[in-house]
Design a protein around this ligand. Structure first.
Ligand code: ATP
Ligand code: MG
Length: 577
């Protein structure tokens, strides 16, 4: 492709709408343009990279026996109503009426659609397993579309669905996808971790997430650098049970704390660290009040609380309930004399010495509290999110905190969809069973953003060879100089003949403009054809990731570049992690 002809309107200025590197660069390097919140047009350079990511994913799905098909974005609500998700999905699902007044919706995911087909077509255990996938546009009316294609409202996803006869079959399918994902993300050049995840709204028992490590990642994860364990902070099990030493605090006493309500305000007002405060949270568990106690510097994990009280649903209590349970307005709750039939304390609470908490009285707190002496004992449980320094549940090594971008997700669904949608098969005795399902997603467009997030510098993108829109760019320094133009054109033709995906910058522009664009767009190999090199019969070859260029004889250049492309692709060939 010729830079004189390409539709690649690069931008010098950083667009005001973009906050993070990948979003800025995807706009500046002319990969995409926004049409409205969370919706983008992919321009030719961006589309090429997206297609490469898709192709990598497609090859890895096929390698594991996946069969590609294509389902509609426009969905029939009927199976969604049968699984209960037409309502459960809530306002994240785009719904509207057709001209006949019938409801239709846009697919945020396709479990209902695929399961309906398999239910209709597959009858016998002999036809299982089936691994069916598509690479297709998804629609989700996200509350906060942001960071460009990282969280779009229209985005491209690969979604594979596995149908097995039993749990063992599912385990095999799951393991296949595990390997496919490791291979695919490695091939894209992503630095990633696989973590245990909370199953969220899709449901099921086991789920793993693939996290591309990046400072702007929305997911908080903890990892063990010794044994490789990794989990979302919500999912990580906390195994430590800190022992309480004998209480040596002065007797508890009240302190006036006028209008001091938050942990931060209290820290300043009493000069006590948050770790010595007893955060007292009033929740409603299936409508009944429960009180959860945890250290002031910890975050409550609602899923753990839900499990601890065996409730279907928990939510923070309203002001009226708080007043009823604590006898005080919001901000002054504490465990001493609390009037709640159910109080649960986090495992760390008994170890707090000379603790501080609300006194269930407006503008008053207690200090010098000890568990067992002044309040409790209560039922103890693991109620909080993991933090750096917590011990690995597998090997007891201290965990390290990281941030990740969720690029892929594996779920074991079991019979969650096959039962309501009647997706059954007959076994060898003629008995009917629901199929055991799994679902496996990769955010294709999010992967492109994640790659850029991990591979860029202040000048622009530094594409890994495997997903670069072009592999090499030939920059002709001065196109009005016949000798340079001819040498550049000849090399460009040779590269194309050798199967290298090449660009030629044949624009009548200042060299600075051409070099800036090459750096911004981030093509891995740059060859400069200019007077200095040509005087020695050479061109200048520079990798985008390196600072230094080197001279290569004109006649060797194409072959050398082809060899670099091959070596770079080999370098990204995965070994199993
Ligand atoms: P998130 O927690 O980020 O909202 P999710 O759990 O809703 O993700 P899944 O339903 O598992 O996501 O979708 C599979 C994959 O699709 C995700 O791993 C992610 O890579 C991608 N994805 C999900 N939502 C979006 C979005 N709004 N924009 C771009 N990619 C997305
Ligand atoms: Mg989501």
């Amino acid at each position: 492709m010729r830079m004189s002809e390409i539709f690649a309107p690069t931008l010098r200025e950083v667009p005001a709408e973009a906050e993070i590197a990948s979003h800025k660069l995807m706009l500046r390097a002319a990969l995409m343009r926004k049409t409205m919140a969370g919706v983008y047009t992919y321009l030719p350079l961006g589309w090429r990279s997206i297609r490469k990511v898709e192709q990598i994913v497609r090859e890895e799905m096929d390698r594991q026996g996946g069969q590609e098909l294509f389902m509609p974005a426009l969905q029939n609500p009927e199976p969604w109503q049968r699984t209960g998700r037409y309502d459960d999905y809530g306002s994240e699902m785009f719904k509207f009426k057709d001209r006949g007044g019938r409801e239709v919706c846009l697919g945020p995911t396709h479990e209902e659609n695929i399961t309906t087909h398999v239910a209709d077509e597959v009858r016998s255990y002999r036809q299982l397993p089936k691994l069916l996938y598509q690479i297709q546009t998804k629609f989700r009316d996200e509350i906060r579309p942001r960071y460009g294609v990282m969280r779009g409202r229209e985005f491209i996803m690969k979604d594979l669905y596995s149908f097995d006869a039993d749990q063992q079959g599912l385990d095999v399918s799951f393991e296949r996808m595990y390997e496919a994902y490791c291979r695919a993300f490695t091939r894209m050049g992503l630095d990633f971790l696989v973590v245990e995840a909370d199953s969220g709204a899709i449901g099921g028992k086991v789920s793993k997430e693939y996290m591309a490590i990046a400072g702007i990642g929305e997911a908080d994860i903890v990892v063990c650098e010794k044994c490789g364990y990794g989990a979302n902070v919500e999912r990580a099990e906390i195994t430590a049970r800190p022992e309480a030493s004998a209480c040596e605090c002065p007797p508890m006493s009240k302190v006036e704390t006028p209008d001091v309500r938050t942990i931060e305000q209290l820290e300043r007002f009493l000069s006590v660290p948050a770790g010595r405060m007893i955060k007292t949270l009033v929740y409603l568990a299936d409508g009944e009040p429960v009180v959860a106690l945890l250290r002031g510097d910890r975050e409550l994990n609602e899923l753990k609380l839900r499990n601890a009280v065996a409730a279907r649903e928990v939510s923070l209590a309203d002001e009226e309930t708080i007043l009823r349970v604590t006898g005080a307005p919001v901000g002054f709750a504490g465990p001493v004399g609390i009037k709640c039939p159910k109080v649960i304390a986090d495992f760390e609470i008994p170890a707090i010495m000379c603790g501080v908490s609300g006194a269930n009285e407006k503008d008053v707190h207690y200090k010098d509290l000890c568990y067992g002496r002044d309040f409790g004992p209560f039922e103890l449980a693991d109620l909080r999110n993991a933090v750096e320094g917590d011990l690995c549940p597998d090997c007891s090594n201290p965990l390290v905190a990281k941030k990740g971008i969720e690029v892929g997700h594996l779920f074991k669904l079991g019979a969650k969809y096959s039962v309501p949608l009647g997706c059954t098969y007959l076994d060898d005795k003629g008995e009917s069973h629901p199929m055991v399902m799994g679902c496996y997603g990769i955010g294709i467009t999010r992967c492109v953003a994640a790659v850029i997030e991990q591979h860029s510098d202040e000048k622009g993108i530094i594409w890994p060879m495997s997903v670069a829109p072009y592999q090499c760019t030939v920059v002709v320094v001065n196109t009005t100089d016949e000798r340079q133009l001819e040498a550049g054109e000849a090399l460009y033709a040779e590269l194309m003949a050798a199967g290298v995906e090449a660009l030629i910058d044949d624009r009548d522009e200042r060299p600075g403009v051409k070099f800036n664009d090459a750096d911004l767009i981030g093509i891995p190999i740059r060859v400069t054809v200019g007077p200095k090199g040509l005087d020695k019969g050479c061109v200048e070859l520079k990798m985008r990731r390196d600072a230094q260029a080197r001279l290569v004889p004109v006649e060797d250049a194409a072959e050398e570049i082809k060899a670099i492309v091959d070596a770079e692709m080999d370098r990204l060939e995965p070994c199993k992690r």
